[in-house]
Design a protein around this ligand. Structure first.
Ligand SMILES: C[S@@+](CC[C@H](N)C(=O)[O-])C[C@H]1O[C@@H](n2cnc3c(N)ncnc32)[C@H](O)[C@@H]1O
Length: 267
């Protein structure tokens, strides 16, 4: 049993590392347009309907909120633990239909008040939540019956036979693999979703392995901390570069898989 004190400490660390990530996160997105594409994939996968109300949990600097507003005319309330990500998002989002606030996605009632949403979405954030049952329970609490909860997940890097190439990259680099790549794994997040929504439907977005993309993605301070915890940022950045360079000979036959899942609140 994990104590509440531990979870609160995890979230303070998450807020801190995303505060540190803000500028590099923005530079990464300007180069790759990745989080916007992932948000669009998630929305398309779940057949997100236009002109709806979305609660965007772990909204970061508002990239997902902007996609939902621009492509689907959604009204979006975004919530994030990181003050710096939210401040950056406020300066980047110019629509009156987007509101971004600092808050804890595991305490959504504090943020949402009596608002009722059509969707609660987590674009690349659910795996950072220490108490996913609590988080999804709160999400279900501010969702209308028939509304959907959906998330996109942390990447899997797989070879042509489905083998885990991140494990292989660590082996080739001669560095220990982190004990946990994510705080909450995919199966646990899906189980929490099914507690409130019954059947869970999963999707995959499969992309070719691009070494430079992975080096840039995992050079975001928060992502590099998931691979090389306890090291300073400059060391992590160099290790990330060398780690993915180890996969150059298998890149042509490898994939990066972004899993997604959705559930519908019973009517
Ligand atoms: C990888 S970013 C994704 C941001 C955004 N959804 C996007 O598509 O660009 C993950 C975000 O989740 C936020 N986060 C993690 N745990 C959270 C929590 N308990 N409550 C609110 N935000 C959280 C982090 O601060 C971070 O900004």
């Amino acid at each position: 049993m994990v104590s509440p004190g531990f979870n609160e400490k995890v979230k303070l660390n998450v807020a801190d590392v995303f505060d540190q990530s803000c500028l590099i996160y923005q530079a990464f997105e300007e180069k790759h347009h990745f989080f916007a594409s992932l948000a669009l994939k998630l929305a398309e996968s779940i057949d997100l309907q236009p002109d709806t109300m979305v609660l965007d949990v772990g909204c970061g600097n508002g990239i997902s909120a902007q996609v939902l507003n621009k492509h689907f005319s959604c009204r979006v309330l975004g919530v994030d633990l990181s003050e710096k990500m939210v401040a950056a998002g406020k300066s980047l989002c110019d629509s009156a239909d987007i509101t971004l606030v600092v808050g804890d996605g595991e305490k959504l009632a504090d943020v949402a008040g009596d608002q009722v949403f059509d969707y609660v979405l987590y674009n690349a954030s659910i795996f950072i939540f220490p108490d996913v049952e609590q988080a999804i329970g709160e999400a279900a609490g501010c969702l209308r019956p028939g509304g959907k909860i959906a998330f996109s997940f942390y990447p899997s890097i797989t070879g042509e036979s489905g083998e885990d190439l991140l494990t292989e990259a660590f082996r080739r680099l001669g560095e220990p693999e982190p004990r946990f790549r994510v705080i909450t794994n995919y199966d646990k997040a899906c189980r929490a979703l099914s507690l409130h929504c019954g059947t869970v439907t999963s999707y995959e977005w499969v992309r070719p392995l691009d070494i430079e993309f992975l080096q840039d993605f995992f050079s975001i301070p928060a992502q590099s901390a998931s691979l090389f915890p306890g090291r300073d940022y400059e060391t992590r950045r160099k290790l990330v570069h060398n780690l993915f360079a180890k996969l150059s000979d298998v890149a042509d036959s490898a994939s990066v898989v972004w899993r997604m899942a959705e559930g519908t609140k019973e009517v």
